[in-house]
Design a protein around this ligand. Structure first.
Ligand code: CA
Length: 237
């Protein structure tokens, strides 16, 4: 039975979401306050969090940021109000897996919930076990990574970007291709989002992030992941 935590303060939204998700067979917990929602998320295991942005005592963004900082990799779907484009980008960069804009149809929400839960289950990939990328050993199915013996925090989205590069290793992947294949649904995100994720991944993968040897920039084309280090010293090729 998949467990969903809803952090949302509007009573009508709480009821509507809970009733419909329970009808679909999910076990639902509701919190109406940001701080209490975060505590519940840190304490109990969930398969998905549906997180409102505007909440009493702590915003949805802060809940997300603090949960990720504490190593919580649970998929998060954010609820945003119409027109909060910047909020969407911020949410995704903080490690949200999806967002849905109010008002939304329940049919759409349920479809998104199913999609996020499916992605969270290792996406049925035949590739199993950890792989080595630069300095990082990463297990895509468990969203777990380490550098030497040290655990490295990865958000689900960072894992997905890295996994996409890994599945297309030794090939140039364009920013648009990454946006389409990893985020999938959005025309409001810019390729800057991709660049920011690449910068963060380099901090984790590269021995010297200022001089990438594994995640290479291919000027005018995109990025390329290679598994044996690019040996040429000097600036980002
Ligand atoms: Ca609210």
């Amino acid at each position: 039975m998949e467990r969903i935590l809803i952090i949302e303060d509007e009573p009508s939204m709480q009821t509507g979401l809970r009733d419909n998700l329970e009808l679909e067979g999910y076990t639902v917990t509701i919190e109406g306050d940001g701080r209490e929602g975060l505590e519940t998320l840190l304490k109990d295991p969930f398969d998905l969090v549906i997180l409102d942005v505007m909440l009493p005592s702590m915003s949805g963004f802060d809940v997300l940021k603090r949960a990720r900082a504490r190593g919580i990799a649970t998929p998060v779907m954010m609820l945003t109000a119409r027109g909060e484009e910047i909020d969407k980008v911020l949410g995704l960069e903080l490690g949200a897996d999806d967002y849905i804009t109010k008002p939304f149809s329940l049919r759409e929400l349920l479809a998104r919930v199913k999609a996020v839960l499916r992605r969270g289950q290792g996406s049925g990939s035949s590739e199993s076990g950890p792989v080595e990328i630069g300095m990082l050993t990463v297990d895509f199915s468990g969203y777990a990574a380490r550098r030497g013996e040290m655990p490295v925090e990865m958000t689900p989205k960072e894992c997905e970007v890295l996994k996409h590069l890994w599945e297309h290793r030794n090939q140039t992947v364009s920013r648009d291709q990454l946006l389409t294949d990893v985020w999938g649904y959005d025309d409001t995100l810019s390729t800057r989002t991709v660049d920011n994720f690449i910068l963060r991944l380099r901090q984790k993968v590269e021995p010297d992030p200022a001089h990438p040897r594994y995640i290479l920039t291919i000027h005018g084309a995109g990025y390329k992941l290679i598994l044996s280090p690019h040996t040429q010293a000097g600036p980002d090729p």
